[in-house]
Design a protein around this ligand. Structure first.
Ligand code: MLT
Length: 235
């Protein structure tokens, strides 16, 4: 599960919940432009940020509030962000990758529990900010760890998972207070994106499970089989 609460994983959850056909995470603006050529202009949107601001010439920035149903419905979104899409690209070869945030927390946790009950290891990848620890990702990760432990108290976990659990305990009843302490939230607010911070702190407002397969993020529907990777033979 890849987490970038501020803002990429929230933006992806909102885009998928609002009917985007797929989101393609790209490592650079150049890659997004190159990949966009495979689509009709009306069928796709270029989106992303650098230093929190929209990329010149792109259709959208990285503000979840921009990704309304009117704007993204039926479209392919090519998204490039500083930390979030880089983390997604880094783990794309994992057997199964979900995109987690606070806005889709319970939906993703339900799927994680299914995997943790089997033989699978679960890795929670926090995108952080500029390769540094970030409070909001740790609190979200700690929520997932807590949710898994409640189901199976004997689950083995590493020290990083234990640390997120302690951080989450401090903030779990007051996510706005967590955002008030988070440096990325302060930077976004200063840059004029205070409404994004509030949107990203809202628990379970977009209950979708975005799943990354073959560099495409689509919506996983409960009860339907997980789509097979191309050439994997997995059902
Ligand atoms: C990122 O991926 O680096 C973030 O989503 C940055 C942001 O737009 O807040």
């Amino acid at each position: 599960v890849v987490i970038d609460v501020l803002r990429a994983s929230t933006t992806i959850a909102v885009a998928i919940a609002n009917g985007a056909r797929q989101v393609i995470p790209c490592e650079s603006a150049e890659e997004a432009v190159t990949r966009s050529k495979a689509f009709e202009r009306d069928d796709m949107l270029l989106a992303g940020e650098r230093k929190m601001l929209p990329i010149p010439g792109f259709d959208l920035g990285n503000s979840p509030l921009e990704f309304t149903a009117d704007v993204v419905g039926g479209k392919t979104v090519l998204l490039t962000t500083t930390n979030g899409t880089a983390a997604l690209v880094a783990v794309q070869s994992a057997p199964l990758v979900y995109v987690g945030a606070l806005v889709n927390f319970s939906a993703v946790l339900a799927h994680m529990r299914e995997h943790a009950e089997g033989e699978s290891d679960v890795a929670i990848v926090c995108a952080g900010r500029e390769r540094q620890f970030s409070l909001e990702d740790a609190v979200c990760a700690g929520g997932f760890v807590r949710g898994l432990l409640r189901r199976n108290p004997r689950l083995a976990m590493n020290d990083a998972a234990l640390a997120t659990l302690h951080v989450q305990r401090r903030y779990r009843r007051d996510l706005p207070a967590m955002m008030a302490d988070a440096t990325h939230a302060a930077a976004l607010t200063k840059a004029g994106f205070g409404d994004d911070v509030a949107c990203c702190a809202a628990l379970d407002t977009y209950p979708v499970v975005p799943i990354l397969i073959d560099r495409q993020i689509t919506r996983l529907h409960r009860g339907r089989p997980i789509p097979a990777r191309r050439g994997s033979g997995r059902g």
